[in-house]
Design a protein around this ligand. Structure first.
Ligand SMILES: *Cc1c(COP(=O)(O)O)cnc(C)c1O
Length: 229
């Protein structure tokens, strides 16, 4: 199937149940992205700042770019002017840096806290306790140019569906708890980003409303980029 066919069939699957499809275009060409765009896709995810900036310059301005990979504080400035959502916030320090550059650009940047749920050492993210500690902190309370829209998590890379479902279920439980404790009055804490090509159906069953799908749309990638962000 072509990129356009893949987009259309995923849209058909996700639109009626209000799940946002993020097309993960890392390592793929601007021409590939354009094909997905022409099929109606507007939200794209990248995991490397330089690649993201280059594609942003080459492609239509109404694309909503999401950063889904680990972000170094010193690179925030390159994406702050245009980024639609940063899904990979894994420290207060990074959040403060994002806030600083958002302020310089006169905007509020939507962020997700990336939560560590996998049984693997290579994945970035905050522990459950760390996320709560961050949200309780005075430093966080003072940040006016970022908005926490929800949580993101990456499950263990395993064939074991039961384990994947458990990890996603725990993330959903944390999401509900945080929503009640910290965002009771805000309608905007509403994004639970979980699920990739291999496991997005399981993730949706466990309450995901944003999936990040790469290889199912664009085909396989070279291994290097696969999980080291
Ligand atoms: C690469 C990547 C994806 C997409 O992976 P696929 O298996 O190709 O769908 C999703 N989320 C993150 C954080 C990624 O780095």
């Amino acid at each position: 199937m072509s990129i356009a066919d893949n987009i259309k069939s995923l849209k058909k699957e996700t639109t009626p149940i209000k799940v946002t499809l993020v097309a993960v275009s890392k390592t793929k060409t601007a021409a590939d992205v354009q094909q997905a765009y022409d099929a109606g896709q507007r939200v794209f995810g990248e995991n490397m700042v330089q690649e993201l900036v280059e594609k942003h310059e080459q492609l239509p301005v109404d694309i909503q770019w999401h950063l889904i990979g680990h972000l170094q504080s010193n690179k925030v400035k390159y994406i702050a002017p245009f980024i639609s959502m940063i899904q990979s916030v894994d420290s207060l320090k990074l959040l403060q840096e994002i806030n600083k550059h958002a302020e310089k650009n006169n905007r509020v940047i939507d962020c997700l806290l990336q939560i560590y749920i996998a049984d693997e050492e290579t994945k970035f993210g905050l522990g459950f306790d760390e996320a709560i500690e961050l949200l309780r902190s005075e430093e966080y309370a003072g940040l006016k140019n970022i908005r926490i829209r929800g949580l993101m998590g990456i499950a263990t890379h395993t064939e074991n569906e039961k384990q994947i479902k458990e990890e996603y279920r725990e993330l959903k439980t944390l999401f509900n708890g945080i929503k009640l404790s910290f965002f009771r009055k805000e309608q905007t804490f509403d994004v639970l980003s979980m699920g990739m090509s291999a496991d997005y159906k399981l993730a949706i069953e466990e309450g995901s409303n944003m999936i990040r799908v790469g290889s199912t749309i664009f085909g396989g990638r070279i291994i290097k980029h696969w999980k080291n962000n």
